[in-house]
Design a protein around this ligand. Structure first.
Ligand code: NIG
Ligand code: FE
Length: 439
């Protein structure tokens, strides 16, 4: 019996995107030009890229899918650009209530730190998350995570860090695990961020909380295999450099990859620590100094830039993306999606922000939301669009990749597939407003 063609049947899907104006493969070093194939196809079979290339080289077996033009596995990519599915390598996407009330206070002049010092900010989200069941957390997070796919994102790193007790951190990570079992959502990469804030009940005894993270939370997380990475918020008012080092060293001993929120507001030396501990990434870096830049550039640690956070917090300053790229650091660009400092899943919007505010070229920023993000989560293969790479593809309704930065803010993901199975397909093309740019 033959089965009706079903992109979701089998282990992984089959998909042919044909007639693409551009197929972009971001492989290369930070500042290399992007490799672009014009009038191109990408053919995914069994969830993996079977071939890419110019239409003239379309394999006969793939051409069968063109048939009468009605096969749902074939997608007309004319006038479009294909990239590997975007990788958002830094989010806090599992939380309860939003914090629009704090946003309004910030618009009226209060700072993020003032709100945090008054018991709001992260601690507001902690009180809220502790009051919820795991099932409630899953229900409230699912649509927020699904939203990423509409922007072309097929992989999302998600941090815990709003629980801050053993049970509430485990509850968060179990919720992430449950959501990562749902194959109509982006792939999730879990990070343990028990060291996000000192919880209220430990305000006068921070050392006991640091020990709780090291001696109880980390072993429990590892025992259940709930996280790939451990992260620490190293900042005045959060965790000191020495505390971050103790926590990350233990996490490394237990086999977790390492990440750090470093120099978001204050240069404490987190970037150098990350390089020394061979962390996968050091993130934020708004206040990084020359020594931090030099040590990241000399390491394999990815410098993760979060231009949405500087904007949303009205910081008035930005991570030195240009200096980091010129020094030779590997860059990722991510949203930092969270209820306090960056309430947006729009990873493509971070491309023009990284160009305009951080001095990146378009190629650097596009590589940052693809290969750079993939490197920051230890999955380089997710940043490649070529035969043998995972079948994650994002098709954008514009004929020139440069429009992703130039004609900014347009919702243009028309087909987004994970492992060859569509996560998102636009009902109709709405943004056919770009013509090919003159080069
Ligand atoms: O990356 N900096 C610390 N953590 C988040 C903010 C989390 C929150 O405000 O809820 C960040 O900006
Ligand atoms: Fe963050």
């Amino acid at each position: 019996m033959t089965r009706a063609p079903d992109a979701r049947a089998g282990l992984g899907g089959e998909l042919l995107v044909h007639g693409l104006a551009q197929l972009v493969d971001p492989r290369g070093r930070t500042s290399d030009p992007l490799t672009i194939i014009e009038d191109a196809f990408v053919w995914i079979r069994d969830g993996e890229v079977a071939a890419t290339g110019p239409m003239a080289d379309l394999p006969a077996e793939a051409a069968l899918l063109l048939g009468d033009g009605k096969d749902p596995r074939a997608f007309d990519g004319s006038g479009c650009v294909a990239l590997p599915g975007l990788v958002d390598s830094h989010t806090h996407a599992v939380f309860g209530a939003g914090r629009a009330h704090e946003f309004e206070r910030r618009l009226a002049g209060a700072t993020y730190q003032e709100i945090a010092a008054a018991g709001g900010g992260i601690l507001f989200s902690v009180r809220d998350l502790r009051s919820r069941s795991m099932d409630d957390l899953i229900e409230i997070s699912r649509p927020r995570i699904a939203e990423f796919a509409r922007f072309g994102v097929t992989t999302v790193e998600v941090k815990s860090g709003y629980g801050l007790t053993v049970e509430d951190e485990l509850k968060t990570l179990r919720a992430i695990r449950r959501l990562s079992d749902e194959d109509d959502l982006p792939r999730l990469v879990p990070t343990f961020l028990g060291a996000h804030a000192i919880p209220e009940e430990y305000a006068d005894d921070r050392e006991s909380y640091v020990r709780l993270v090291i001696d109880e939370m980390l072993p429990a997380v590892v025992e259940e295999d709930l996280a790939r990475f451990c992260d620490v918020f190293c900042e005045q008012g959060a965790f000191t450099l020495a505390e971050a080092e103790r926590i990350l060293e233990r996490a490394g001993e237990l086999g977790l990859g390492l990440k750090i929120h470093a120099e978001e507001f204050t240069p404490l030396g987190g970037a150098e620590l990350a390089a020394r501990l061979k962390a996968a990434s050091a993130d934020h870096l708004v206040a990084i100094d020359d020594r931090g830049i030099t040590s990241l550039a000399a390491s394999a640690t990815v410098a993760t830039l979060l231009p949405g956070t500087s904007l949303f917090l009205k910081l008035g300053r930005h991570a030195p993306g240009r200096a980091l790229a010129d020094a030779g650091a590997t860059l990722a660009v991510a949203t930092d999606f969270n209820p306090g400092s960056s309430m947006s899943q729009n990873l493509p919007l971070m491309v023009p922000l990284a160009c305009l505010n951080l001095g990146l070229t378009i190629a650097e920023a596009v590589r940052g939301v693809t290969l750079g993000g993939a490197l920051a989560i230890g999955r380089p293969e997710l940043g490649v669009l070529a035969a043998g790479s995972p079948g994650d593809v994002a098709v954008f309704d514009t004929p020139d990749v440069r429009n992703l930065a130039y004609h900014y803010g347009v919702p243009r993901a028309v087909l987004v597939a994970r492992d060859g199975r569509p996560l998102w397909k636009a009902k109709r093309r709405s943004s056919r407003t770009d013509t090919a740019l003159l080069s």
